[in-house]
Ligand binder design. Structure first.
Ligand code: FES
Ligand code: FES
Length: 162
């Protein structure tokens, strides 16, 4: 039997009738056509499905949609449209930190969450923050470079150097 749930996705109120066993990832992708949230392992291991739940990254494959009733979800589409990760995206592009791109939305989610908490992370801290994100193309070094360069650039903007 389907249940009605109300929640917010990328700032917009959503009401969906869903089976209680449906994952948040499936609702985002299948009901709302937000296919930037990728599904890789569907068991919380790869990080391709990361979304922000009230600002904190969560695995959308492990969260039941009914659990987010009344809460705020942000997906890669929301971060992209707001421009909040535009500089990260630019660095990923410039440094070849994406190959097939399957892991990229999850990587950007982790990077955004990290830089929101720690504006100048060390490379080990970046690696630690990405430890739950798998890149099957193994482009980790370039991804760490891109995140580190973004942090550097942001700090220069704050200091008024650029
Ligand atoms: S699909 Fe959710 S962690 Fe892999
Ligand atoms: S770029 Fe292909 S999985 Fe990461």
């Amino acid at each position: 039997m389907k249940t009605d749930i109300n929640f917010t996705v990328n700032g917009e109120a959503v009401r969906e009738a869903i089976e209680p066993r449906t994952s948040l990832a499936d609702v985002l992708r299948d009901n709302l056509s937000l296919t930037g949230t990728h599904l890789g392992c569907e068991m919380g291991a790869c990080g391709a499905c990361l979304v922000l739940l009230d600002g904190a990254p969560v695995h959308a494959c492990l969260v039941l949609a009914v659990q987010v009733a009344g809460q705020k979800i942000e997906t890669i589409e929301g971060l992209n449209n707001s421009g909040l990760v535009a500089d990260l995206q630019e660095q990923f592009h410039d440094r070849n930190a994406l190959q097939c791109g399957f892991c990229t939305s999850g990587m950007l989610m982790s990077a955004h969450a990290l830089l929101s908490q720690n504006s100048m992370p060390s490379r080990p801290e970046i690696r630690d923050a990405l430890s739950g994100n798998y890149c099957r193309c193994t482009g980790y070094e370039a991804i760490v470079d891109a995140i580190s360069a973004t942090a550097e650039r942001r700090s220069k903007i704050v200091e008024g150097v650029q």
